[in-house]
Design a protein around this ligand. Structure first.
Ligand code: D41
Length: 691
């Protein structure tokens, strides 16, 4: 049993380490604007610190990082003492925690009735306080440590949406002194543009819009800030004087309403921006819906958010609840699951894709990020590994945003152990042991065995049966893999030889699913030349290129016989694609599979068809804007299958412009040229007519 004093000294040592680590993260984040770990990791460390301090109050010191949230204000800005402190926000991360918060509200307010909630998105920016005296912006300050911030008035004045002079609802009426608090943030589009510019100039880019906003506000030269396109939404008030000005006369009358939501509307009426997503909710149950709605909208919003902020709307109730330490009891941030997390790369394995590409895949210590548990991340190719400087055993920042596949963002070098291992690329195919090679100018290493490689076979069959190719219902990836592993099939043509018995002996397959699969295979025989060419999985021959080839040559044998030069006369086919097609048909095993399939498939009556008989022959289309019912390439392929030409730019030769949502300059140009404009619905109707 360790005695009490040795236990405390071990704890003291652990605490010192946490202090040091948090101070380092704070400096990287707040002073350098360059975080090295995700926020979630920082939060965890801070929670660990607070837990220790709560259970061992004697270890809590005045210089503990738990005592201050932000960093030191920079020396070069003057300091501003906030007349009223700028409070911070506590967090909840789950429905249970939110409900516990509501329960505490009801207990403290001694009420069973519904509490009206003002719900706001949680902008990922920087809190500031704007002070208006007699309607004029006289001072702006960062939050700093909550009681003292930095004077950033000249920089704030450059933000276009922040008024230098207040406006009133009716003529001029505003409080004599009013401090408006809110978030300064950088819209996603501005952030992308800024980083793009930085990249072109070979300068360092910002990790996220929040850091970009902070970096932009901290400029000593406000001309730089002015170019950064920052924005602002008000979320609350600081000091507000009782006196207010109406038609130039000072009146002693309370200005403010007694609802937080209404106060925000008052601030809006004075000319300050308010987030359009802010809602007044009748009861805490509606918060779950609001949270989900905002989460669904997240990617579509023009600015970054990381959760919602929920506030008791009634000011009298707010005052009853008061605040603890530095956070109000009447507000809470209900955060989204973190999109970035820290984990460890336990190993790197190599996968062989349909075209033989050997892709390194990181096996991760499973981590909950962006709402799901992630245990793999693609590393793309060798260049990516070099760029990251990754070794096996490294701690890495992993990011999963929206539906995007998880990515490794960076390596945390501070955490690298002595046992970190270099990643060695295989010298032969990890599946079939054949030679591997890298084509000139390509970053990708490939297995050279083609369809002799078990992995490439599987992928070729999966591609052949995929939805956009022959759409074989009920033939999942796992089943393909098992059929290949059991040597029942080696090519897509073999699929059609499978018997009910073959299939029903596979895992999770019964008689019924076997019969269904045989039926699905039978209907998959109905094909078109475009679908068939696409289904072969020739490198870089996607749906649109396959349709172009079909429209140009009309028969399979004509495509097979086409020369490298002739292929390049087909629209959208360049040297690379032409070479891929020629090489594909040079391989005798490919030719064998193609001719076997040719026998099996039910071809449409292509002899009857010629270019001028296709319904949209000689018609040129341009697609612009976002299509919501189908992808751009899907629309293009469909138009091409009816003989239409699909071009990238509008000219006098354009017959139709299909204008999706958010159409821009192409639409204007087409209108100027008198081109017929089709909506997406028109396009769908047109395609249906010819189908
Ligand atoms: O959107 C935000 N980031 C946001 C931040 C918001 N919508 N409301 C906020 N409300 C407050 C209180 C409740 C203290 C007036 C906040 C913040 N505070 C805040 N931002 C940074 C620290 C605190």
């Amino acid at each position: 049993m360790p005695n009490a004093s040795s236990l405390t000294s071990a704890l003291q040592e652990q605490l010192n380490k946490i202090h040091q680590q948090i101070n380092q993260y704070n400096h990287q984040y707040y002073v350098l604007d360059q975080p090295s770990v995700p926020d979630a990791e920082y939060d965890r460390l801070m929670r660990e610190l607070i837990t220790i301090e709560q259970t061992h109050p004697q270890l809590k010191t005045l210089d503990s990082p738990s005592q201050k949230v932000g960093g030191q204000p920079l020396k070069s800005f003057t300091q501003v003492a906030h007349q009223l402190p700028m409070l911070s926000l506590d967090n909840v991360f789950s429905r249970d925690e939110w409900q516990a918060f509501v329960k505490r509200l009801q207990d403290r307010l001694v009420t069973q009735s519904d509490i009206v909630i003002c719900a706001e998105p949680k902008l990922d920016g920087l809190a500031v306080s704007l002070r208006y005296e007699e309607g004029i912006l006289v001072q702006a300050a960062t939050r700093g440590d909550g009681s003292t911030g930095e004077n950033i008035t000249t920089n704030i004045r450059t933000i276009k949406s922040i008024p230098l002079k207040l406006i009133g609802q009716s003529g001029v009426d505003y409080p004599d002194i009013i401090e408006v608090r809110g978030e300064v943030f950088m819209p996603k589009a501005s952030f992308d543009k800024l980083n793009e510019q930085a990249k072109n100039k070979g300068e360092k880019s910002f990790a996220n819009p929040r850091n970009a906003a902070a970096g932009s506000l901290r400029q000593l030269d406000s001309k730089i800030t002015a170019k950064r396109n920052l924005a602002f939404y008000a979320y609350g008030l600081g000091y507000v004087s009782d006196l207010y000005v109406e038609n130039g006369e000072i009146i002693d009358q309370a200005f403010l309403k007694s609802s937080h939501f209404q106060r925000l509307c008052q601030v809006k009426a004075l000319g300050l921006p308010m987030c359009p997503e802010v809602r007044l909710l009748e009861n805490p149950q509606q918060v779950e819906e609001f949270y989900q709605e905002i989460l669904n909208k997240r990617d579509a919003l023009s600015y970054e958010i990381d959760g919602t902020v929920l506030k008791v709307d009634n000011i009298t109730q707010q005052e009853k609840l008061g605040f603890v330490a530095r956070a109000p009891r009447w507000a809470i941030a209900y955060k989204f699951p973190a999109q970035e997390e820290l984990t460890v790369v336990e190993d790197v394995e190599f996968q062989v894709g349909r075209t033989g590409a050997i892709t390194p895949v990181a096996r991760l210590k499973p981590v909950f990020v962006g709402g799901v548990t992630v245990s793999n991340a693609t590393l793309h190719n060798q260049d990516e590994i070099v760029r990251l400087g990754l070794k096996i055993g490294d701690s890495v920042v992993i990011r999963r945003a929206g539906d995007v596949i998880p990515q490794i963002v960076s390596v945390v070098l501070d955490k690298r152990g002595d046992d970190a291992k270099d990643i060695v690329f295989p010298s032969s195919c990890p599946v079939c042991d054949s030679k591997v090679a890298k084509a000139e100018g390509e970053a990708v290493l490939r297995c050279t065995a083609g369809l002799f490689c078990q992995a490439q076979r599987k992928e070729a069959i999966k591609h052949f049966s995929s939805r956009k190719a022959h759409d074989v219902d009920g033939l999942g990836d796992k089943l393909v893999e098992q059929l290949v592993d059991e040597n029942l099939i080696t090519t897509p043509a073999d699929l059609f030889k499978l018997t009910e018995i073959d299939i029903s002996t596979m895992d999770r397959m019964g008689k019924k699913s076997a019969i269904n699969l045989i039926t699905a295979l039978e209907s998959a025989k109905e094909t078109t030349l475009a679908k068939f060419i696409y289904g072969l999985g020739i490198r870089e021959v996607g749906e649109a290129t396959a349709a172009n080839l079909a429209n140009h040559y009309f028969t399979l044998s004509a495509i097979q016989a086409a020369s490298f030069e002739d292929l390049q006369t087909v629209s959208d086919v360049g040297e690379v694609v032409a070479k891929n097609i020629v090489n594909f048909f040079k391989e005798s095993h490919n030719v064998e599979v193609v001719s076997a399939l040719d026998e099996i498939m039910n071809w449409p009556d292509i002899i009857e068809k010629s270019a001028d008989k296709l319904p949209l022959a000689e018609q040129t289309f341009v697609l612009t804007g976002t299509l919501t019912q189908m992808g751009r390439s899907e629309a293009k392929a469909a138009l091409q299958s009816f003989g239409a030409k699909v071009s990238g730019s509008v000219s006098a030769k354009t017959h139709f412009l299909v204008a999706g949502e958010k159409s821009g300059s192409k639409l204007t140009k087409a209108q100027d040229l008198g081109v017929t404009i089709l909506t997406e619905d028109d396009l769908v109707a047109l395609l249906e007519k010819h189908n």
